[in-house]
Design a protein around this ligand. Structure first.
Ligand code: PMP
Length: 397
């Protein structure tokens, strides 16, 4: 028998499976709402102008492609810290935060998971119910037992906050709790500022290890507004891990630009911590790629490009909100008696639409693709396809 003869087929990725089915569909009117990608009103993934300008600048420099340091480009790591923690954060002034460039937000999570497995090996991980589908697999692959905490309430299409708090309070001390900093994927249901306060208190009181996943900074209320929760965790004290991603906010999905930041209790502890994070990186892929990090660092540290980025990101954020409004208004007209107002309260790229698996299957027969859970990507709606989507939804309700 061959060495690999008995290997099972691994389960298909549920989201990528939708894209495969979509790609194979020959209907020219097909619409993919299953993805986690921002499309512009013409249905295209934008190449941001700030990115193009930074790339032109970099092309002129004709720089050699040497290895980056293990922790990534220094200018990038600094810019990430200022964005994630706020430029005047005490953890930056006191040199208590360490940041390593990572392969997207996923890479940041995985470096954090591998690091935690070494230094909190007996802790278990808690993710929201439901959560981004890769959270469980990623932390399990790092060797952790992964559990859920209560989060979504289908009855209100919002957060079951009592349930969430009760879950947090029942976790053993030292548990690792993965929290979506903003724009919860897949539900679009975020915590209020007051609720964050209670979560931070419970995390602190329970001696939990918070790991913030911030993949959508700027898609909720604004860059600083969305990032404010990180500052609140910092203020509360204690350990903190934050992964962040520029996949969506810079529309740089394939460049794999993200980071992991960890807050230590002193500069001296931070230095030891960084040395261990570097060990994780070194044994996985040695050091990160140059291009995406340079583009993001250039934009963030050049005032005109930075302003352009903020404007372009605001444009994406506003367009998604307009699509939420349009979806609600059009469904009101086409499907009276069905209340979709909750879609307006949801935040970020996604909406848990409340559509059932059967209804999603019926939409698929019309070449409209959504996730079985009813998750739709609002950022894939546009002025040309929304009427067809609304008509199809009204028909399956
Ligand atoms: N976390 C969440 C919640 C996400 O939705 C995503 C992207 N879908 C990621 C992390 C990973 O982002 P990246 O593509 O930058 O690895």
């Amino acid at each position: 028998a061959s060495l690999f003869g008995a290997i099972d087929m691994a389960p298909r990725d549920p989201i990528l499976g939708i894209t495969e089915a979509f790609n194979a569909d020959t209907n020219p009117a097909k619409i993919n709402l299953g993805v986690g990608v921002y499309y512009d009103d013409n249905g295209k993934v934008p190449l941001l102008e700030c990115v193009q300008k930074a790339e032109s600048k970099l092309m002129e420099q004709q720089a050699p492609r040497t290895y980056l340091p293990i922790e990534g480009l220094a200018q990038y790591d600094k810019a990430v810290q200022e964005l994630v923690f706020g430029a005047d954060s005490p953890v930056i002034q006191e040199k208590r935060a360490v940041t390593v460039q990572a392969l997207g937000g996923t890479g940041g999570l995985k470096i954090g998971a591998d690091f935690l497995k070494r230094f909190a090996p007996d802790s278990q991980v808690y993710i929201s119910d439901p959560s981004w589908e890769n959270h469980r697999a990623l932390f399990e692959s790092a060797g952790f037992v992964v559990n859920h905490y209560t989060y979504y309430d289908p009855a209100t299409h919002g957060v079951n906050f009592e349930g969430m708090l009760a879950s947090l309070k029942s976790m053993p001390q030292g548990s690792i709790v993965v929290l979506h900093a903003c724009c919860h994927n897949p539900t679009g249901a975020d915590l209020t500022q007051e609720q964050w306060g209670a979560v931070i208190e419970a995390v602190k009181a329970g001696g939990l290890i918070p790991f913030l996943d911030m993949a959508y900074q700027g898609f909720g209320s604004g860059i600083a507004e969305d990032g404010a929760v990180v500052g609140r965790f910092v203020q509360a004290g204690g350990p903190l891990l934050v992964s962040n991603s520029f996949s969506k906010s810079f529309s740089l999905y394939g460049e794999r630009v993200g980071a992991l930041s960890v807050v230590a209790s002193s500069a001296e502890e931070a230095a030891r911590l960084l040395s261990q994070l570097k060990r994780v990186v070194r044994t996985n892929y040695s050091n990160p790629p140059v291009h995406g990090g340079k583009v993001v660092a250039t934009v963030l540290s050049t005032p005109e490009l930075r302003q352009l980025w903020e404007d372009e990101l605001a444009h994406m954020r506003v367009r998604i909100k307009q699509m939420r409004d349009a979806l609600v208004e059009k469904l009101k007209a086409k499907a009276p008696g069905h209340d979709f107002d909750f879609v307006r309260k949801q935040v970020g790229m996604f909406s848990y639409s409340g559509l059932t698996k059967e209804q999603v299957a019926k939409l698929r027969a019309e070449s409209i693709y959504a996730v079985d859970t009813g998750r739709i990507c609002v950022a894939a709606l546009n002025s040309k396809n929304i009427d067809r989507v609304v008509d199809a939804i009204a028909k399956v309700l």
